[in-house]
Ligand binder design. Sequence first.
Ligand code: IPE
Ligand code: IPE
Ligand code: MG
Length: 253
Amino acid sequence: MAILTSSTRGIPDIARIPRHIAIIMDGNGRWAKQRFMPRVMGHKRGVESLRATVRACRDIGVEYLTVFAFSSENWRRPVDEVSFLMSLFLKMLEREVTSLHKNNIRLKIIGDRSRFDEKLRKTMLDAEQLTAANTGLTLSIAANYGGRWDVMHGVQALLLDHPELATCFTEDDLQPYLSMGDAPEPDLFIRTGGEKRISNFMLWQLAYTELYFTDTLWPAFDRAELEQAISSYQHRERRFGRTSEQLPGLPTS
Ligand code: IPE
Ligand code: IPE
Ligand code: MG
């Protein structure tokens, strides 16, 4: 199946719109602070940037958009901020799911849900089930997600199903057990907010992703910024270990 082809093996056509974009939506707190507002106002505005980004991705034909909403490390934040984020997440799901569905968007939540309360877990599941058969953009929201957790959890699940593979499983055996197992690897990674780190996001899948960092704070990120990131991507050369000279004759995926 084409979508299971690892981008570390095929060469995606760089002139095309990236099939899969992954974003660390960072800088909400600083955006609010610059405006003398409480940090949480930045999170609230950040939801609007997400809505605009989803719409832009859908319009320009991106197939997968994966966004980091809450990391497994974000529990370390002040209790008030964490509980605000949880209720914002719940409200956002309740409010947006109908419009996502109308727009043929498939919603997935990735991450360890066991720490979320019952109501949020149910809302997540309902939203996923409602949109499961949609064929447009796949929007994956990473919540209580960590890249290390993802790999460890995947290995545990694989070995539960296939104990005989304990000493000999391959990357292809593991693939379906990872949370993004049914998606191509991200072509383009964007981090807003100026930090130049991965912060435990999609460690496995980002192996050969093109990285783009911008100082723009997430609540100020808009369609023009997205287009700029895509244009930067389209001027890269993806070699996956080969030399430039080898590329012209290779089939693209
Ligand atoms: C990202 O913005 C959103 C979450 C981590 C939930 P931040 O809240 O990290 O904003 P800054 O980095 O403090 O500005
Ligand atoms: C990363 O942002 C996680 C999300 C955007 C959800 P952080 O702002 O928490 O990242 P670090 O911890 O400063 O690297
Ligand atoms: Mg931050």
